[in-house]
Design a protein around this ligand. Structure first.
Ligand SMILES: [Zn+2]
Length: 208
């Protein structure tokens, strides 16, 4: 979104056959001990998250699914985000469409908060412009004032829970200046692609 729409690939075979069993096992462990910590299931001696990270990452061209930062590098870390938190929705812990490539910054912000109004970038028919707009003078992500009341609420909750205006506006402006100088390079090599993909990248950027 910052959230940039993406199309989810098909469920990896390893999850297709195991997601329900592994989710139920985690749910039972949690019910037995509410303080239990989540650990990724091991498949043939490899933690499943290591197997899932590459296909998840490919779907978003290695950009964080939520803030679109790129690359995800230290001090940030690559993580897999459970859109429906694994503590509250243990059965979805291994459900393919509940998993997102995510930077540790976004993951840390969320703090296991979940709201049914939250938007996700691969929701069918999700369109950035329907919910959001940009302030190009300062890099802030804004709620689209033309949106319906319900859409405004969804946009606003999404900005808040994912912390999309915390730290990012400054970095968006920096990335925009970099993009204005180098428009030949692939957009995928920049962070904040939705912010940079405005139609008037050159004509309207005199304030930079
Ligand atoms: Zn992020």
């Amino acid at each position: 979104m910052s959230m940039r729409a993406f199309k989810r690939g098909t469920t990896p075979g390893i999850l297709e056959t195991n997601w329900e069993t592994w989710g139920q096992a985690w749910e039972e462990r949690k019910n037995h001990n509410p303080a239990a910590c989540f650990h990724w299931h091991q498949h043939e001696n490899t933690p499943v998250n290591q197997l899932l990270l590459p296909p998840l990452k490919e779907q978003t061209q290695a950009h964080c699914s939520f803030c679109d930062i790129f690359p995800v590098s230290p001090p940030g870390q690559e993580t897999i985000e459970h859109f429906k938190p694994k503590q509250t929705f243990p059965r979805f812990a291994y459900k393919w469409d509940n998993l997102y490539y995510c930077c540790s910054f976004c993951q840390g912000k969320k703090l296991e908060k979940f709201d049914g109004n939250l938007l996700s970038p691969d929701t069918i028919n999700y369109e950035f412009d329907r919910y959001f707009r940009w302030d190009f003078t300062n890099g802030y992500l804004l709620v689209n004032e033309q949106a319906s009341l319900e859409d405004k609420k969804r946009a606003s909750i999404t900005i808040e829970i994912y912390g999309l205006n915390e730290g990012h506006p400054f970095l968006r402006m920096r990335e925009l200046r970099r993009r204005v100088k180098d428009q030949q390079d692939s957009l995928d090599n920049f962070a904040y692609r939705n912010f940079l993909s405005t139609d008037d990248l050159t004509s309207d950027m005199t304030f930079l």
